[in-house]
Design a protein around this ligand. Structure first.
Ligand SMILES: Cc1c2[nH]c(c1CCC(=O)O)Cc1[nH]c(c(CCC(=O)O)c1C)Cc1[nH]c(c(CCC(=O)O)c1C)Cc1[nH]c(c(CCC(=O)O)c1C)C2
Length: 362
């Protein structure tokens, strides 16, 4: 494993482990990207996935928010995408300007499974991701920890079958309700690839990991129990074992973000994750009650749309949130309830971050 500089700021790792901290750590989902002018400059006319695969540019983009909001952000998240696992499994994806990712040939019937690589060689096919993580961690030089991530199996099944973001989820629902057995076969293969990808990200230099189940809210509670939760649990259970096999001795904090699955918080607290990331459909006080003294750190959960509000409203919402999560000195990481939008103003985000920093050491 490569050698890296010691961490100067390990606040987020301590918070994820449940230690008392001087102030609540902060990072923001999609903190790198289109709302930052320097992102557009670095990316130029390059294709999105080409940008991810270029370690030099991806590392620069990853560090941009850490530089832009100097001293205000406590983690960097590697610039990549959840759709790189489908790519490793044989799917071709185009990133259309203003539209997002589109699969060239999504899965429409079990006949299509013949084109899926059920056992991808993750280390080989995503070697660029590991190079990018190692270079970024080196360049960060210990300023803040580097987070790695994957898309969760159900969310990746959505993209593999729908081919893009969806409103009705017609195709993925056809898969799970008509081709149930085949869906589970796919979910299992995705899970195995996710475990390997997460483990190898740690070997390459990632210091904390997040699993994005962004489409959890499209499943009802029973269906979540069948098509999402078992695979999320498997990831949390298998990852530490794989890390031991790979010679990683330290405990790597693991976060799950199941957007929209408010009914599942109790189960998620029992699923082997250190941190549970919440969207803004939860009242913080209620979430804390559900956790009920279990060893879980909560992350979240400001409505990103609040960045369109006045500075006064942002300050007030930050106060409500941090107080709601118990003041932020233990078991809490500040984040949005979902990612930034391209239209957001960096000044508003800076105001938000500065407000959060007020909740330290008094
Ligand atoms: C963690 C992450 C993601 N994407 C990107 C990052 C790294 C950047 C960071 O967080 O700072 C860059 C990342 N990924 C993408 C962009 C925009 C590309 C561009 O035009 O420059 C960026 C900066 C492209 C992308 N990739 C995806 C979409 C949504 C498509 C849809 O369903 O309509 C889009 C638009 C899929 C995707 N990608 C991701 C998720 C999970 C988080 C979430 O729910 O938002 C999802 C669902 C995760």
């Amino acid at each position: 494993m490569p050698e890296f500089a010691p961490l100067k700021n390990d606040l987020i790792l301590r918070a994820a482990r449940g230690e008392k901290v001087e102030r609540p750590p902060i990072w923001i989902m999609r903190q790198a990207g289109r709302y930052l002018p320097e992102y557009h400059e670095a990316k130029g006319n390059r294709d999105f996935f080409e940008t991810c695969r270029d370690a030099e540019i991806a590392s620069e983009i990853t560090i941009q928010p850490v530089n832009h909001f100097d001293g205000l952000i406590d983690a960097a998240i590697i610039f990549s995408d959840i759709l790189v696992i489908p790519q490793a499994m044989g799917f071709e994806i185009e990133m259309l300007e203003g539209k997002g990712p589109v699969f060239v040939a999504p899965l429409r019937s079990p006949d299509d499974l013949a084109r899926v690589n059920f056992q991808p060689d993750v280390l080989k096919s995503l070697d660029w991701a590991f190079k990018s993580i190692t270079l970024t961690r080196t360049k960060l030089n210990g300023r803040v920890p580097l987070l790695g991530f994957v898309g969760a199996p159900w969310t990746l099944l959505v993209y593999m079958t729908e081919g893009q973001g969806s409103k009705m989820f017609r195709f993925v629902k056809e898969w799970i309700y008509k081709y149930t057995e085949e869906s589970h076969k796919l979910l299992q293969a995705i899970t195995d690839a996710c475990v390997e990808f997460l483990a190898q990200q740690v070997v390459a230099g990632a210091q904390m990991l997040q699993v994005f189940e962004s489409w959890a809210g499209e499943l009802g509670p029973r269906e979540f129990d069948e098509f999402s939760l078992p695979y999320l649990r498997q990831i949390a259970e298998k990852l530490p074992k794989r890390l031991v096999e790979l010679g990683v001795t330290e405990k790597i904090p693991l976060t799950v973000f199941a957007k929209g699955a408010w009914y599942a918080l109790d189960d998620l607290c029992e699923s082997g994750y250190d941190t549970v990331s919440l969207d803004w459909l939860y009242k913080p006080e209620d979430a804390v009650k559900v956790v009920n003294n279990r060893r879980i750190t909560l992350q979240g959960n400001l409505d990103p749309g609040i960045m369109y509000g006045s500075d006064e409203v942002i300050s007030q919402k930050v106060e409500e949130m941090i107080k709601g999560f118990g003041g932020g000195k233990q078991n809490y990481i500040i984040n949005f309830g979902h990612g930034t939008h391209p239209f957001m103003k960096p000044e508003k985000i800076e105001h938000f971050l500065k407000e959060c920093h007020k909740y330290g050491s008094q």
